[in-house]
Design a protein around this ligand. Structure first.
Ligand code: ADP
Ligand code: MG
Length: 161
């Protein structure tokens, strides 16, 4: 696992941009963290880094948004999944065929997800705007890229734990 800290929204977006620089078609990122942790802001930085110019908004009520950048970006929110149906309704395997997929609250639907993913956990810090971002590779694909990500985040006080 690698981790880094940010002290404002732009910091979180900038860290997300570093992650986006390592992204490939078919990637899956699971965003974990309480309401207001910064999952949507992380996705904004990620999408912007891949050339998305339209505003990235929370998919809480739409379940899934699609953006066209250098890669297609699928942005999902599984927070209310029980209310709307079940995880199969999200058609994750189909989404993964086309672009990179970020799922807020993806930990709610882990059994419905493929076993190769990057978990991004966002935790609140001491000050209001402090956040700690923890990156855990699950499966071979992200494990081999975690080192590259660690290098990119070195400037962000990445501290292996
Ligand atoms: P989530 O999608 O996890 O519910 P959002 O990204 O919608 O969270 O909201 C995060 C909130 O926290 C926003 O109001 C944002 O301005 C605030 N915030 C303060 N500091 C940070 C930070 N370092 N990183 C991300 N968001 C931050
Ligand atoms: Mg959100």
């Amino acid at each position: 696992m690698i981790a880094c800290t940010t002290s404002d929204v732009d910091g979180t977006r900038a860290v997300a941009a570093e992650v986006a620089a390592t992204a490939r078609d078919g990637d899956l990122l699971v965003l974990v963290g309480d309401l207001g942790a910064g999952k949507t802001h992380f996705t904004q930085g990620f999408a912007r880094a891949l050339g998305v110019t339209e505003p990235v908004t929370s998919p809480t009520f739409t379940l899934a948004n699609r953006y066209e950048g250098d890669l297609v970006i699928n942005h999902l929110d599984a927070y209310r999944i029980e209310q709307f149906g079940d995880a199969e309704d999200l058609a994750i395997p189909e989404l993964l065929e086309d672009g990179v997929t970020l799922i807020e609250w993806g930990n709610n639907i882990l059994p419905a997800l493929p076993p190769d993913l990057l978990e991004v956990r966002i935790l609140l810090g001491d000050a209001d705007d402090d956040r700690r971002l923890e990156f855990t590779a699950v499966g071979a694909g992200w494990t081999e890229r975690l080192l590259e990500l660690a290098g990119r985040l070195a400037g962000w006080k990445a501290d292996p734990c």
